[in-house]
Write a protein that binds this ligand. Structure first.
Ligand code: GTP
Ligand code: MG
Length: 477
């Protein structure tokens, strides 16, 4: 919800500054430490959020981050039940709060389709204006993606800033991005959103003095802006590609070693990071906020029978996840689309978990992970209504109930994950010389052992192993 969305120069300068600052920092702090600091930062911001008088003490940059806006929400209820429409507005409210806003009021209008000119109908616009005046709000957030004209028209009528759900989500991502890759991806998504919207902003249309530096005479400010944004986007794409290479290398390494990968995916705030922390010592950030996790965390772990696999905690999904974000986060999302198994965490206490499951599967399909084996892990069993849990468990064949908070059901879930890991396929019977203890360990970690006995000449093993290991053992003979 940037106040200065008109000012491309400031936006570009700011992003350059953020990138430079980041570069200046140490490359990577320990996960746990940074997560703790992260959490404290955000808690500090929250505390300040209630005390506007303290604001003089913090710098401009921090103020921009805080964006203490009073917002009125407005949605158009086109399909589904009244409950669906209400859930949608509640989610918008949670998004607005996550972005640091204070929600003053929410309005829903029943319509066949959004009004092409003003999103909501003219009668409702009057009501909205009243809500804005009465509550002292400075921003209206619309539940949907609006055309630039709709935003402009509505802004003209309610006389405060109007933003849509996509801009709000982009803003949260921008606030939460911590890694260099995350920041670059968010910035690319923001620019993709910005580009088609440049035209609407009257100030940008002023003519520039032309003729210098290859710019033709009469080129408008908007054309210059557009060109600069395009250049910046190309640069970001190159940078993201470079950063992706190092991650790809790591993933290829794991693949070459036949280490199975499990991605913890799911709707935002479902409890993915909480599950990650239960299963590993990753100590990732857990917060009752949407999109707390943006950067994936990968950890190696070992199954109860000694096989190694990786678990990754990933960015949460949401209904109508802005396509600009999916596009920009492609490389991050490969942690999911390239996994051998998806543990799809569902918040069993949510009013409509089925809708969330559909939304998550939609994104997984979109990123090319539709064929990956999936376990549905229904979380928050400690607070979810039992009948709702039962219904979900019945509807979803490969589903398990658990609570990351109390530990209930974790063992069963882990057993299900281990059972679903890809199995090594080649059967070997071999005597491995004692000098090759490394191979015996590899069989323990990556294979499945039937018998193991110690003979004078070495370790006799009957096991299932993967193809590459089988080949090495074959060559021993
Ligand atoms: N009652 C209850 N709350 C839980 C449970 N598991 C997680 N939570 C809470 O749910 C909220 C979200 O948890 P996270 O683990 O951060 O969720 P996430 O899926 O990683 O969320 P994002 O990264 O923001 O998408 C936190 O407030 C957790 O404390 C549970 O089993 N029971
Ligand atoms: Mg998380």
């Amino acid at each position: 919800m940037s106040n200065d969305k008109l000012d491309i120069d400031a936006f570009l300068a700011d992003s350059a500054r953020v990138a430079a600052e980041f570069d200046a920092q140490e490359s990577k702090v320990e996960d746990w430490e940074s997560n703790q600091a992260d959490l404290q930062d955000r808690q500090a911001l929250r505390r300040v959020a209630g005390l506007s008088t303290e604001l003089q003490d913090i710098s401009d940059a921090e103020y921009r981050q805080l964006r203490l806006e009073k917002v009125v929400l407005v949605g158009v209820w086109v399909e589904g039940t009244a409950q669906d429409a209400e859930n949608s507005l509640k989610e918008l409210s949670a998004l607005a709060e996550t972005a640091g806003s204070e929600v003053m009021a929410g309005l829903i209008q029943r319509r066949d389709k959004p009004d092409p000119a003003t999103f909501i109908g003219s009668g409702k616009v009057v009501e909205l204006r009243e809500a804005v005046v009465n509550s002292g709000a400075d921003t209206v957030v619309c539940d949907g993606e609006l055309s630039p004209a709709q935003l402009r028209n509505l802004e003209g009528k309610v006389k405060v800033k109007v933003i849509d759900r996509t801009a709000l989500i982009l803003d949260i991502f921008a606030q939460h991005a911590k890694s260099r890759e995350g920041k670059a991806q968010v910035e690319l998504a923001q620019m993709t959103y910005l580009l088609p919207r440049l035209r609407g902003w009257g100030d940008s249309l002023s003519r520039q003095a032309g003729g210098i530096g290859g710019r033709g005479p009469g080129e408008t400010k908007i054309e210059t802006d557009r060109r600069r944004i395009n250049d910046k986007m190309a640069k970001l794409r190159r940078e993201i590609k470079e950063m992706k290479t190092s991650r790809d290398t790591k993933r290829q390494e794991r693949r070459r070693n036949n280490i199975p990968s499990v991605a913890i995916a799911g709707y935002t705030n479902a409890g993915k990071s909480s599950l990650m922390n239960q299963l590993t010592d990753a100590g990732v950030l857990v917060e009752n906020a949407l999109f707390a996790t943006l950067d994936p965390t990968v950890r190696k772990t070992t199954s109860s029978d000694g096989r190694i696999y990786t678990l990754s905690d990933t960015v949460g999904f949401v209904r109508h996840l802005p396509h600009q974000l999916i596009e920009a986060f492609k490389s991050t999302l490969e942690e999911v689309s390239g996994a051998d198994l998806i543990v799809h965490v569902v918040d069993g206490s949510h009013p409509d978990p089925q809708e969330q499951i559909r939304a998550v599967r939609g994104v997984i399909n979109e990123i090319g992970g539709g064929e990956i084996a999936e376990i549905i892990a229904i979380n928050k069993a400690d607070i979810a209504p039992p009948e709702k849990m039962m219904q979900l468990l019945r509807e979803e064949p490969n589903s398990f109930a658990f609570s990351a908070r109390t530990g209930f059901g974790i063992d069963t879930l882990v057993a299900a994950i281990e059972a679903a890991l890809p199995r090594p396929r080649v059967e070997i019977t071999a005597v491995i010389p004692f000098s090759r203890g490394d191979l015996v360990s590899a069989i323990h970690e990556r294979g499945e052992i039937f018998t193991e006995t110690y003979l004078p000449e070495g370790t006799s093993i009957h096991a299932l192993v993967d193809g590459s290991l089988a080949k090495i053992i074959e060559n021993l003979k």
